[in-house]
Design a protein around this ligand. Sequence first.
Ligand code: CA
Length: 656
Amino acid sequence: MIQEQLNALFQRANHEEPEVIRSALFTLLSRPEFDQEYEYTGPLGPQYTAEATTFYLWAPTAMQVDLLLFEEWYQGEYDRVRLARGERGVYQTRVGGDLDGKAYVFDLVFPDGIRHYGTDPYARASTLDSERSVVVNPRETDVPGWQADQRPSLSDMTQTVIYEANVRDLTSSDASGVTHKGTFIGLTELGTVTAAGQPTGLDYLAHLGVTHIQLMPIFDYFTVKENLKDHNNYNWGYDPQNYNVPEGSLATDPMNPYSRIRELKRMIHAFHQAGLRVVMDVVYNHVYDTELHPLNLTVPGYYFRYTEQGAFTNGSGVGNDTASERAMMRRYIIDSLTLWANHYHIDGFRVDLMGIHDIETMNQARQALDRIDPTLLLYGEGWNLNTALPDSRKAAFYNANALPRIGFFNDNLRDAVRGSDWGDGRDVGFITGKWLMEQSVIHNFLGGEQLPSNVTTATSPWQLIQYVEAHDNWTLWDKIARSNGEEAPEKRERRQLLANAIIALTQGIPFFHQGQEFFDTKFGVRDSYRSGDTVNQVDWHRRDEHQQATTYFRDLLDFRRRTPLFHLPTYAAIRSAFHIHKADYQIIALEGQWASERYFVVFNGQDNAIDIPLPKGRWRVIAKDNRFLTEEEADWRTGEGNLHVEWLATMILKAE
Ligand code: CA
């Protein structure tokens, strides 16, 4: 029995060398029987009522836990309350009175003599810079209209189009026209415009025609000083601290624990009213610093993976990997996801480095979200990472058939279209002059059924998140400059418009990054996670300078939405609908028919115009030379002649 051995260790405390006890504790924690005896399914975190609050903390290896309940958010005086040890290693205490807004931390003592002051991993509110947890009355966090807030309808999952954005970047520049720059409520402002009178901020997002906005981290992260307004006090936020608390630097008053909660809800409500669903980027695979994180302060050595020598594994590349296969880490991830879905009405989750997590955890997460609303999205980065988990258990792209209804970023389409990012990033792809990429582009464009099983075992095109640009690495504009060197601006623009069209018309879920539609740049910075506002902010001047490119983007998404052929539900449908006419010499020509509608699409990757045979029939040109034709420009072609396609361009024709 683990329990007897743990009690024996508690007895040995203060009688033996701390290192000996620490080593014995670590051994006990790592045994599978530990979860059998200590997995706890009851309540965790502060359970608030107006009459009393009961605190629950799971800390089986602690010998003693005290609650320090502070008089004020930012003062030192506190009351100390001893918690009682209950079943399965949970400590609890009930404190009478209305504790709404009370700040607290736990003081834990372990048998190896270690003493930790830790915040509550289940806290839903925090003081400035994650220093203390705060009890909140859930009712007091509601904002006007919240009770009636509804997820925008999504008639059909195949209509999903994702746009990745960063709350701060969208409004941090002066050109955004937004008053509360770089904050949650900056994205509730309506009627904001550029110098040329074009919409910015929320209005801009709402007019694009995307269905989901994927927000880079909005949970509490560590390295941005929350009360310091400085363009260089910047970080993307992949440095998690309080997983269940919103980030304070995005609030107007981070000193007040309610500000960030209410303002995030206001923003989500505004998005929903604008018809946009909200996807949250979640980063459960690692924490910023294990020595500062509440998970490791409350149960040291439990929530992470270790090498046989006892060091943290580092598949995440940032110093530690959480252990989702452990019962209470798995529960933590699922509890956190459902908290955001239930209490913040989040509509989907993008799971950072999902390949660190195990298949069982992700499937249980999917089931938990299904119980809330089966239309909630769940997808992530299914890379195969070097962590202490067998390859067969990793939630990786090659295991997609074991993770139905969970999506994966498809870097194969990205690399085929514009080249990989490996090494110096000068690799090119279909849009940038590489030969023999046509088959690879087509296999991915048609949803990935033909991809080899060591790449993916997806059973549906809806498991593929199709993209050429995301927050990581260069923007597409910068990547093209890097791989192709000095080129005339028009040529670079045409390359990018060709890539945008491929993503807009692909099977699976199209994914775009903020500003990709108007050639946004990060000035060649590859990994701008802490490069400051000047590099990262969305440059709304460029949106004015490239009006036609944004119009083309909107027209592409509008066309996709109205045309079922370009968002088919199954591999069988795709197989029966598409016929490949040409896939060589940097030219891809496809014919597709669904119901009574027949289309011919050409992607010309050559940097000169081409002539190719047009199939039989009478065709109307829908788009050519990287723009859609207006009604007045009606342009008809008859089949069996040659079709002229402009250089680096997409052409779309519809059969009469
Ligand atoms: Ca923070």
